[in-house]
Design a protein around this ligand. Structure first.
Ligand code: LMR
Length: 394
């Protein structure tokens, strides 16, 4: 049976990590997968996470099954983190899921049950795994314009025009903040326009919210999520704790269904849980227990927020460092836009050929779109990277 399978290309993001590991150039730089790195190039466990983990080891009394909705305390704390003060005005059902990808997968399963003819609209460009997640759930995928290389930012006019043509069979995937891969986010005013169009045309927004706290701050980054939760009749939010809690391999996230009335919520939630049950039964407990401990404990929460702030500050510092160095080298015009991007990623605007040259000649690894993980830049590799970039840009 297996012989019927054809060979697959390497994963466009995870494949980079494998290739980087095999590279024996001592100057190699990994700017591929979206994982936070400190100045030493390490991805340490956050101190608040370590403390919560210790507490968990001492107090955990059972390993019996959870329900498909996961830990109710986690579900409640994460809904609060995502929606803040607006929670009081919304009808929200939140369930724990195995990471952002797991959340997108169960959300896709729910959408398919609601409307197997639904089309999922993705921004151009978007995270490389979005289309595979939705197509593997049997849904049609299409694209709306988002980033413009000419503008070096969001082409909102083109985006809004495309959204104005959609209707009730459509689901529009929006990045809550820190757009992956471009780092180019919607302004508050643009979010308002998206909400107006969603109401007018009747499409359902699905917000992929994987980087809360990495852009401008926990509340600031939630502007679009909170606005749409208040304004549209139905909203799906898929959040991840991989980045802001550094819990990548623990696979922890949430799906929040925001519904205009109790009846819709009571119709949707059992189906979401039933998709989870038939896929993985119940989400893994450990990561969610850590997040729940942190969010319910004032001291741990304060420690976590401080750590998150310094991670964000470091990434912003890397952005400025790189842009300044490139400007000093006379490349300012081509790369100045990276100063205004938000979150973990910077979209350089290189061609695939230039990206390949960086990989082959300099052992610098980034996604083919020229997305770099800005946290991979540090004082040690800055000059090597800037010189290589200059070499392929001239
Ligand atoms: C990324 O975009 O690099 C991360 O979200 C990791 C992944 O799973 O692709």
């Amino acid at each position: 049976m297996f012989e019927a399978l054809s060979p697959l290309p390497a994963d466009p993001i995870l494949g980079l990590s494998a290739a980087y590991k095999q590279d024996d150039n001592p100057d190699k730089i990994d700017l591929g997968v979206g994982v936070y790195k400190d100045e030493a190039g390490a991805t340490p466990i956050m101190a608040a996470v370590k403390n919560a983990e210790q507490l968990r080891l001492e107090t955990e009394t059972t390993k019996t099954y959870q329900s498909p909705a996961g830990d109710p305390q986690f579900d409640e704390a994460v809904a609060d983190l995502l929606l803040g003060d607006t929670l009081a005005n919304c009808r929200v059902a939140s369930v724990q899921v195995p990471g952002g990808t797991g959340g997108l997968h169960v959300a896709a399963g729910l959408i398919r049950r609601c409307n197997s003819e639904a089309t999922i609209w993705l921004s151009t460009p978007t995270w490389a795994n979005h289309a595979p997640v939705f197509t593997s759930a049997g849904l049609a995928v299409a694209e709306y314009p988002y980033y413009s290389s000419q503008l070096r930012g969001v082409d909102f006019e083109a985006m809004a025009d495309a959204l104005r043509k959609l209707g009730s069979n459509d689901v529009v995937v929006l990045h809550g903040c820190c757009h992956n891969p471009t780092g180019a986010d919607l302004t508050e005013q643009q979010w308002q326009v998206v909400a107006d169009i969603a109401i007018e045309r009747g499409f359902t927004p699905l917000i992929d919210f994987a980087y809360q706290g990495f852009g401008r701050g926990l509340d600031e980054d939630a502007y679009g999520v909170r606005l749409l939760a208040q304004r549209v009749p139905e909203l799906i939010v898929v959040s991840s704790c991989s980045k802001n809690f550094g819990l990548y391999r623990e696979r922890v996230g949430a799906v929040c269904l925001v519904s205009a009335d109790t009846q819709r919520e009571h119709q949707a939630l059992p189906h979401l849980l039933n998709v989870a049950r038939s896929t993985y039964s119940m989400p893994p407990a450990h990561g969610a227990a850590i997040v729940s401990s942190i969010l319910h404990d004032e001291a741990l929460r304060g420690q976590w927020q401080q750590e998150l702030t310094s991670m964000r500050d470091r990434m912003n510092g890397c952005r400025t460092l790189l842009a300044d160095r490139l400007a000093e080298m006379g490349l300012g015009d081509s790369f100045d836009h990276i100063r205004g991007q938000l979150g973990m990623f910077s979209y350089l605007g290189l061609s695939v050929a230039q990206v390949q040259r960086l990989r082959e000649e300099f052992s610098i690894y980034m996604v083919d779109s020229s997305r770099i993980n800005i946290a991979g830049i540090n004082q040690q590799n800055l000059d090597y990277f800037a010189n290589a970039l200059a070499a392929v840009s001239r």
